[in-house]
Design a binder for this molecule. Structure first.
Ligand code: 4NP
Length: 145
């Protein structure tokens, strides 16, 4: 699960997908294309909206997406089109590129829809983002189980 800062959207996506799959069988992690928040806790607004829906994401710390992640993961879900471009730039082959998908393609296939960046908005933005990610993760989890 990849976004820009790895403090707002992708930590929610990691926590939500982990809550829906058998984590002994499926490795779920998140990262940011930018490195400003490496080592930091998720944004307090993400922590709080996740907690409201019963998910604890306070064990997560920011990390930066790396080209090595293409080797470790079968699927790379990006939150928006800018993340898509940044991740694709690091791919070394067509098979690595094919691992990358917009998360909301799960619910709006082919429509190129972004998970909006809630960083500069209020708490309502985080709840909306939570719901979009939740719906997409439900689809992913149903395929994995
Ligand atoms: P995220 O949100 O990509 O959903 O984690 C952001 C968090 C921080 C920044 C940008 C987006 N930032 O510029 O620091």
């Amino acid at each position: 699960m990849v976004c820009l800062g790895n403090i707002c959207r992708s930590p929610l996506a990691e926590g939500i997908l982990k809550s829906k799959v058998d984590t002994a069988k499926v490795l779920v992690e998140s990262a940011g294309t930018g490195g400003w928040h490496v080592g930091q806790l998720p944004d307090i607004r993400s922590i709080e909206v996740a907690r409201k829906f019963g998910i604890d994401i306070t064990d997560q710390r920011g990390r930066k997406f790396s080209a090595y992640d293409f080797e470790s993961y079968d699927h790379i879900f990006v939150m928006d089109n800018a993340n898509y471009r940044d991740v694709i730039e690091l791919a070394n082959s067509d098979s690595e590129k094919q691992k990358v998908q917009l998360l909301l393609d799960e619910i709006f296939p082919g429509e190129n829809v972004d998970v909006p960046d809630p960083y500069y908005g209020g708490n309502h933005g985080f709840e909306k983002v939570f719901q979009m990610i939740e719906e997409a993760c439900e689809k992913i989890a149903s395929r994995l189980s």
